[in-house]
Write a protein that binds this ligand. Structure first.
Ligand code: MG
Length: 427
């Protein structure tokens, strides 16, 4: 039985993770849940899964009249009243030692929860970095859906992950063959590459091919993108995801972030990581070897597969998904990404290649610009323009070597303020 904590449990990845748990009650048990703001929804999840430790990232909610002056047990009871039989069972059994905390510290405390084996980090944005850091520092497996952990803090996270891999080998809990499993990517591309690399020697890998759907605006010119609205950008052709990542997919920033992630996860130089557009999203990524062989990972476009693999590794469990029917798949297309139109991809590659604190500044600027676009305060093409302006300013001021979380948090705060200034100046 693997005991898991799910951070970001009401988001797209969190909800799908709980669906995987529902289908494997003999293999997985949820022991902690965290959200940023959706308290009631999380408490209903806590009741269904009998979870006793929950946290809310937004500290202001501690003042909410609905929750003030109640013990954690009483809160869960309250929510349990709406959960039928499952709620009643939890009410009767599990409350004396229940905990409910507020603020970022309460969320990271769940990463250190004694009984937890695995932390699924599906927090949105740069806030996820500290959670990833604390999870590995506590010697636990990190199932990582939060891209920013590696994009911003890869230089801090990967050495910690290597330490936990060592601990797992020494303790005999790592699989006999393949990676030790301290850091399991929850992303279709990185999950695919991870699987293609099992049983292979690092020396013989010559290139990683990260596939991209191309987003909903593939084939359009810059002129045709000028008046794109949030609703148009939120309609993704193949994957069903949250708002931030859907916008990132449409600008190809998501692919840029994934290139940086791949660089850290697989210790691969940037000139050996290529992006190829594969509009059907049937191929989730590929690895090329020194003898010219290429391994590709294919499968149905359902995020529950990479989520489940991150939790079942090195085993595979049954999944209730429609298998690929190759006789109906028809054509698989491939194309180079249009980096002239979709500037975020080359910007991210540049940030990764320069390294240090530049990806942190880039990521923060992108988060602010995407939020401004969704609020209709920044035009679609303004996202890349804002990111580029903030990156330029950071390079002029001097990119630093990554030294610690506080330094990254300071660069992140500076880049957010700078991005807001750039957006305001253009309105
Ligand atoms: Mg992906």
């Amino acid at each position: 039985m693997r005991k898991i904590v799910v951070l970001g449990s009401t988001g797209s990845i969190g909800v799908q993770t709980l669906d995987v748990v529902r289908r494997h009650p003999d293999e997985l048990q949820v022991v902690g849940l965290a959200v940023n703001t959706r308290v009631d929804e999380m408490l209903r999840q806590a009741c269904e899964f009998g979870v006793r430790h929950v946290a809310v990232g937004d500290a202001r909610l501690a003042e909410d009249a609905r929750y003030a002056n109640l013990t954690a047990g009483e809160w869960l009871q309250d929510a349990g009243a709406g959960c039928g039989a499952a709620g009643a069972a939890v009410r009767n059994a599990a409350f004396p030692d229940a905990t409910l905390g507020f603020g970022p510290e309460a969320v990271t405390a769940l990463c250190r929860l004694e009984e937890a084996d695995v932390v699924v980090n599906a927090l949105v944005g740069a806030a996820g970095l500290r959670a990833s850091y604390e999870t590995l520092r506590a010697g636990k497996v990190l199932a990582l859906a939060n891209k920013e952990s590696l994009v911003v803090g890869g230089d801090l996270i990967m050495p910690l992950s290597a330490q936990v891999d060592e601990q797992r080998r020494a303790a005999g809990v790592a699989p006999a063959h393949g990676p030790a499993g301290a850091l399991m990517p929850i992303d279709s591309e990185h999950g695919a590459i991870y699987q293609c690399l099992i049983g292979e020697s690092e020396r013989e890998v010559s290139r990683l091919w990260v596939t991209a759907s191309g987003g909903p605006f593939r084939g359009r010119t810059r002129d045709e993108l000028r008046d794109i609205t949030p609703a148009q950008a939120l309609a993704h052709p193949t994957w069903n995801m949250g708002a931030k990542i859907t916008i990132d997919s449409s600008t190809l920033m998501n692919k840029g972030l994934e290139v940086i992630e791949a660089h850290h996860l697989f210790a691969m130089p940037y000139d050996k990581i290529s992006v190829v557009v594969q509009p059907q999203s049937a191929i989730h990524s590929m690895v090329e070897f020194s003898d010219g062989s290429v391994k590709a990972h294919l499968g149905t476009t359902d995020m529950r597969i990479p989520i489940q693999y991150a939790l079942s590794y090195p085993l595979r469990w049954d999944a209730p998904v429609e298998p690929l029917d190759f006789t109906k798949l028809g054509t698989l297309e491939f194309a180079a990404p249009d980096e002239e139109t979709f500037r975020c991809l080359p910007l991210a590659r540049h940030a990764g290649t320069v390294g240090g604190t530049l990806p942190c500044a880039m990521n923060a600027a992108n988060e602010v610009a995407v939020a401004a676009f969704l609020a209709e305060e920044c035009p679609y093409l303004g996202i890349a323009e804002t990111v580029e302006a903030v990156m330029d300013a950071h390079e002029r001021a001097g990119v630093q070597r990554v030294e610690g979380l506080e330094q990254l948090e300071a660069v992140d705060a500076w880049a957010r303020a700078e991005a807001r200034r750039v957006i305001a100046a253009r309105r």
